[in-house]
Design a binder for this molecule. Structure first.
Ligand SMILES: *Cc1c(COP(=O)(O)O)cnc(C)c1O
Length: 365
């Protein structure tokens, strides 16, 4: 952060767009670069604040300052979203119960299921339609995992009331905020204990890096969690490369512009897709830039649509500037309750008429 601005809580008085652009920069010394330094070093001259680069790096600090201010807490960068998921899951005591949405990201549910097989944790599924009565599901649990909207079913949970129900029972809440981004919701302000990001997606935003992050509150309890997560990162070694972190910070500078444009495109496409003769259903929560469509004719028809697009890329992942389409049930880890013909559309920032023409011709092909 520049010397002219206060960091931490004071920075949160700046608008989100300003925080994205202004934070995580060098001190305003004459001759200093305006961007965060990119240091390729494994070690540092003794007696400084950090002595070995598995424990810290100036590019991490810049990225963590910017993301922390966006989420209203303190961030830790990890090698990938899954490295962050593994670190967060390590907070569950041995044999403890984790409540996780049935349609959470399939890497998350697969990891928790593996931990359950070895007896490390017990997994309870949370279905979106029973979340109103989540109290019963949470009794005796150690951790509540929230993802809202879910990937790829786009179910929305009431994050605030789930966090409150968890808090009353001493259950630690982790909220995967990858889909919503801190522009749409800040789970710490809704009572979550840990916020998770696959930075790979919207935050970095250009489909060119894999990176993850966790954010904890700036409170005593939050710093206890942060210390445990930082120690996990140090000892398990799932650390981010400085180059990836630098690219992610550069991508984050335009998060607000990309999300605004992609959301406007998604809203328009969702409206036009509604009632399309080749679709059984359109899922769009009304915000964000992911739309899920269920192609009439199931798996093979959906595969044909994905293969027939020319502008949309048929590829996994989401949150980049380019529009992507994928049939999720291609992945064996995806639950059977996800329809075979469901295509997840990650709407990018291209011209909406070009996107519509390509999608419409693929649906009719
Ligand atoms: C992609 C994704 C992850 C995993 O992140 P990686 O960066 O791919 O390791 C976790 N949660 C959600 C919601 C995701 O979309």
């Amino acid at each position: 952060m520049t010397a002219d601005h206060a960091s931490g809580a004071a920075a949160e008085q700046l608008a989100a767009a300003t925080r994205l652009v202004a934070l995580g920069r060098q001190d305003r010394q004459p001759g200093a670069g305006v961007n965060a330094p990119l240091e390729f070093t494994s070690t540092y001259i003794a007696d400084g604040p950090v002595n070995y680069a598995r424990a810290g790096n100036p590019t991490w600090s810049a990225f963590e300052e910017a993301l922390g201010a966006m989420e209203g807490g303190e961030a830790l960068v990890f090698a990938s979203g899954m490295a962050a998921v593994a670190a967060a899951a390590s907070l569950v005591p041995r044999g403890g119960t984790v409540v996780v949405p049935a349609h959470a990201y399939n890497g998350t549910t697969s990891l928790l299921d593996e931990l359950a097989e070895s007896g490390a944790v017990v997994v309870r599924r949370l279905y979106a339609d029973e979340a109103g009565a989540a109290g019963d599901v949470l009794d005796g649990a150690a951790m509540l995992w929230i993802e809202s909207p879910t990937n790829p079913m786009l179910e929305v949970f009431d994050v605030g009331s789930l966090c409150a129900a968890a808090g009353e029972r001493g259950v630690v809440t982790v909220c995967d905020n990858t889909f919503a981004t801190p522009l749409v919701q800040q789970p710490l302000s809704l009572g979550a204990d840990v916020v998770l990001h696959s930075v790979t997606k919207y935050l970095a935003g250009h489909s060119d890096v894999i990176l993850g992050a966790l954010v904890t509150p700036r409170t005593e309890a939050g710093s206890g969690l942060r210390d445990r997560l930082a120690r996990h990162r140090l000892l398990h070694g799932a650390i981010a490369g400085p180059m990836e972190t630098w690219l992610a910070l550069r991508g984050m500078r335009t998060l607000h512009l990309r999300v605004e444009r992609a959301t406007a495109n998604a809203r328009e496409l969702a409206a036009r897709l509604e009632g399309h003769p080749h679709l059984d259903r359109v899922r769009y929560p009304g915000f964000g830039a992911i739309v899920a469509i269920e192609v009439a004719g199931g798996a093979s028809a959906a595969e044909r649509v994905a293969a027939a697009t020319r502008l949309w890329t048929h590829s996994t992942s989401l949150g980049g500037v380019e529009s992507q389409v994928e049939r999720r049930r291609r992945h064996p880890g995806e639950p059977e309750s996800v329809p075979e013909g469901l295509l997840r559309l990650s709407v990018g920032v291209e011209d909406v008429e070009d996107l519509w023409r390509d999608l419409d011709q693929a649906l009719r092909a």
